[in-house]
Design a protein. Sequence first.
Length: 434
Amino acid sequence: MSNIIVLGAQWGDEGKGKIVDLFSDRFDIVARYQGGHNAGHTVFIGPTKYILKLIPSGILRPGVTAVIGNGVVIDPLALVEEMSTLEKAGVNVREQLAISNRAHVIFPFHRMVEKVGEGRSDREAIGTTSRGIGPCYEDKIGRRGIRMADLIDPAGFADYYNNLAADKVTLAKAFDVHEVIDFAAIRAQYEELAARLAPLVTDTAALLNRAIRDGKRILFEGAQGAMLDIDHGTYPFVTSSNATAGGACTGTGVPPTKINGIIGVSKAYITRVGAGPFPSEDHGPLGEKIRQVGKEFGSVTGRPRRCGWFDIPLARYTAAVNGIDSLIVTKLDVLDELDEIPVCVGYKVNGVEVTEMPATRSSMEQVEPVYVRLKGWQSSTRGISVMEQLPPAAIEYLRFLEERTEVEIGAISTGPERTETIVRPGSKLHQLLG
Ligand code: IMP
């Protein structure tokens, strides 16, 4: 019985939502392990488009349990709104969703702290999603955060909340921030939200480990991407959680020994939202073309995504730090019209080839990408679901990526629909899916 992790192998927005949704019928549980409503998973079922931010996309399969793990940070208002949308669409949220009692809670003043931090002239802006994610994780690591169990604890919440509020008042004074915050109103609102969420809050680590003992299968759904990981990403232009595979264990309470496989998801090219180094970025008309054809605008913030070319050194790095067993390449069809497709095959810094991912901001910014140009196929791959039906140049492109990354490509996505996918028979991915 395989428990697998599906994670983004680039800077997020790789199309994990579709992949998780596609495979979730083979799993009993889909669990999120980090991030919050900064993530945006777009899933199409027939003509209907769903954007899920906090709730794992597995919830769209009747009978699948969706778990929000302890590593996730939860904005209760965003969660309740998402639950209502799904309920209106006929999803049995109350039956299918479990929320960790150890997940930390985002408050409106976390957004205020973030706004102040991002706007300060003495700090470089990260270009965050402005959802209060970072400041909530800061409170978690600072050991003053409030967890879901505290939020729904009528005996303790007021005290915990007042302490945290006092901390923010001190901070506001220190930074000379004069924004008026109605702390009492926020508390009352959160008490109401707590009453709605309480029936779903549970010890999800116990739930997951019990399920594993009973032979159930779990799919762990990563948010963001490996290059946005707080430790392994392009620090400081990262998110505040571990988006890499290790995060699945710390973020759910399931031990590494119970994870059987790791699936990375990459686009056939690459994108990034927000600030930070991006060696294979294309600032020219081709980058713009990819943005338009690939509809590369943030699903949460609507920001245009920066677009560039598949980056082999980056893919090799994320494959290594995550232990990726199989790669799924998405949005192949976006490249259909190009006559030539650049692929970044190496990095140089000051003319010298570097073999390891540069750690510092300055060295990463100095990277000169080395490109090879592969032949485009200039025909439609949209909707193709069998490898052999792909144009020869597209097969060659995928073979090249596979050879250079040294990771198998187990599946290819050729459109947003569930059916627009090639899963390669005999691949490790196929075996892991059982
Ligand atoms: P934060 O997660 O809101 O703190 O933002 C930190 C960085 O991560 C920014 O560059 C964001 O654009 C990026 N980011 C956060 N969530 C996502 C996502 O789901 N997809 C792509 N980028 C993201």
